[in-house]
Design a protein around this ligand. Structure first.
Ligand SMILES: COC(=O)C[C@H](N)C(=O)O
Length: 347
């Protein structure tokens, strides 16, 4: 395994061989639901922001975990977790999305469920609070996988999704960041710091179904109409019940060039565990196209990993009533969220 500056947390499965040797009913009874969420590959995060980011990712993970514990689907869990992150102005998705070169918000999102390989995606959508909900509607209510811009807006209207004035979704922080970016014009490849906050989730439910969801405002000062990796299945994420689920973050153009999510899935298929598969794919992206980013992964047995090559990547996971959370290499906080235990906040 190549030595790369990846950082991570990994949850090892203790029942891989057990699962493959039992009946499917038994498997259903035995599967421990798992969710992992991320708040985007990023540079250094100030102490003050760290706390808000911690609250955001742990809240999203717990929301999704409670859905899984109630016996609902991985698809519901990843959608709800991502909605919660889209609603949080701390993250670059939905409310809080970064601005393009025209000072507007254009958002991308995609979702996929691993039983049927059905997927839905939207790109360049404006004035919608939760692009991930629209992506799910594309998946469930149309014969297509991907709608963009005006077509996506018309479809949203036909589904009764209310529009939100663009200004309402713009934060002071993002208005200032665009001004700064226009003045300094940094190169994303060298500066993932400025492009924080894409959000994503992967989950495994009690029925063995896997799903992923990814949502983003893209990269700051992007060209009008620029579409990144996040809505592109195979780049921004992938889910296949027979293999695993992945959501990605980082430099979109690099992720697109290597099909990062599908590359992780490929390595899982070849027998690597989630940590090894994530590292191999991130390492390839770094060496081949000099791209930085991060991934969250769950394999079909529920083993999981959060790995990144950017300076930081806020992430949280929940499995077996333990909530894990981290932002930077080596940082892992574990909280007991079993019955009678107080979660780290109220939801
Ligand atoms: C951390 O930033 C991102 O994840 C941006 C997103 N991947 C895009 O390029 O649209």
């Amino acid at each position: 395994m190549a030595d790369i500056p990846c950082s991570s947390q990994t949850g090892h499965s203790d029942h891989r061989s057990y699962i493959s040797s039992r009946s499917s009913q038994f498997i259903t009874d035995f599967i421990q639901p798992v969710i992992v969420v991320h708040g985007g590959g990023a540079g250094s995060i100030s102490k003050e922001r760290s706390e808000r980011v911690r609250l955001g990712v742990t809240k999203a993970a717990l929301l999704g975990y409670n859905i899984l514990k109630d016996g609902r689907s991985a698809l519901d869990a990843v959608e709800e977790a991502v909605v919660s992150l889209e609603d949080d102005p701390e993250f670059n998705a939905g409310n809080g999305s970064v601005l393009n070169e025209d000072g507007q918000i254009e958002m991308d999102a995609s979702i996929m469920e691993g039983k049927s390989l059905c997927t839905g995606a939207v790109s360049a959508v404006k004035s919608i609070a939760n692009p991930i909900k629209l992506a799910r509607l594309v998946m469930e209510k149309t014969n297509h996988c991907f709608l963009t811009d005006r077509g996506a807006a018309c479809f949203a209207k036909s589904m009764g999704i209310p529009t939100v004035p663009g200004e309402k979704m713009m934060t002071e922080r993002n208005i200032k960041r665009l001004k700064k970016e226009k003045a300094e014009k940094t190169n994303f490849l060298d500066d993932v710091d400025n492009n924080t906050g894409t959000v994503g989730a992967v989950a495994l439910d009690k029925n063995g179904n896997l799903a992923y969801a990814t949502s983003t405002g893209g990269i700051i000062n992007k060209m009008v109409g620029r579409v990144g990796d996040s809505p592109c299945v195979g780049s921004g994420g992938y889910a296949d019940n027979e293999i695993g689920a992945v959501s990605t973050t980082g430099h979109g153009e690099s992720i697109l060039r290597v099909n990062l999510a599908r590359l992780v899935i490929f390595h899982l298929e070849q027998g690597k565990n989630p940590q090894e598969a994530a590292d191999a794919a991130l390492c390839y992206m770094k060496s081949r196209v000099k791209g930085l980013g991060g991934v969250i992964v769950i394999d079909r047995t529920g083993e999981w990993a959060a790995r990144w090559t950017s300076v930081s990547m806020p992430w949280a996971s929940a499995k077996q009533d333990k909530l894990h959370f981290g932002i930077v290499p080596g940082m892992v906080h574990i909280t007991d969220i079993g019955k009678g235990k107080n979660p780290p906040f109220c939801i």
